[in-house]
Design a protein around this ligand. Structure first.
Ligand SMILES: [Zn+2]
Length: 186
């Protein structure tokens, strides 16, 4: 560390731990002009511990958060586009704490995915077995089932058997399928 006045080298004259051992405060003295100054060294991003469902503990791993989200968002454009932002939010929240449960990490991921894409949300929920969220998943599922039923003609009538209003109703639905409903072939 160079002297702030003359840029010559300095030596440490005193070291003291700070932040309960997460940092060091050093008094330094310039080897040339004897000016004294202080430096602080701090540990970067203390890594939180993850408390797993079975009681085991591990070091928080941001790569696992990203991998879980990416798996859920596979081939889901909206969810895939949101993955990095969701991961960043979850990682920021986790690293603010000394300890976080795997369940809480799962909830945070689900919160993000719910807004981005329901299929990715359901995939994540089923893979990570967020049992606390079961009622919410049921609600999402029944809503989703209703949507599929509404968007899928129960029978596929021939065009010439339909009156005009019925034709437009059925084929308007078929012509604008949702992303998750394959278009019926005629
Ligand atoms: Zn100096």
């Amino acid at each position: 560390m160079n002297c702030p006045l003359c840029e010559a080298k300095s030596r440490v004259v005193e070291s003291r731990p700070t932040d309960a051992g997460a940092g060091v405060r050093r008094r330094r003295e310039c080897e040339s002009c004897e000016h004294r100054f202080t430096t602080f060294e701090r540990r970067e991003d203390a890594v939180p511990t993850v408390c797993k469902r079975d009681g085991r503990r591990q070091i928080f791993d941001p790569a696992k958060v990203r991998a879980g989200l990416e798996r859920a968002a596979h081939k889901r454009q909206r969810a895939a586009a949101a993955t990095e932002a969701i991961a960043a939010g979850v990682i920021a929240e986790a690293t603010r704490q000394r300890e976080i449960s795997s369940r809480r990490i799962g909830e945070l991921c689900l919160d993000g995915l719910r807004d981005a894409d329901r299929i990715a949300y359901l995939r994540y929920a089923s893979v990570h077995k967020q049992l606390a969220d079961l009622d919410a998943i049921r609600a999402e599922l029944s809503e989703f089932d209703l949507e599929v039923v509404a968007a899928t003609p129960v029978v596929e009538p021939r065009r010439d058997e339909l009156t005009e209003p019925a034709k437009s109703a059925v084929f308007a639905t078929a012509a604008a399928p949702t992303a998750r409903t394959p278009a019926p072939t005629f």
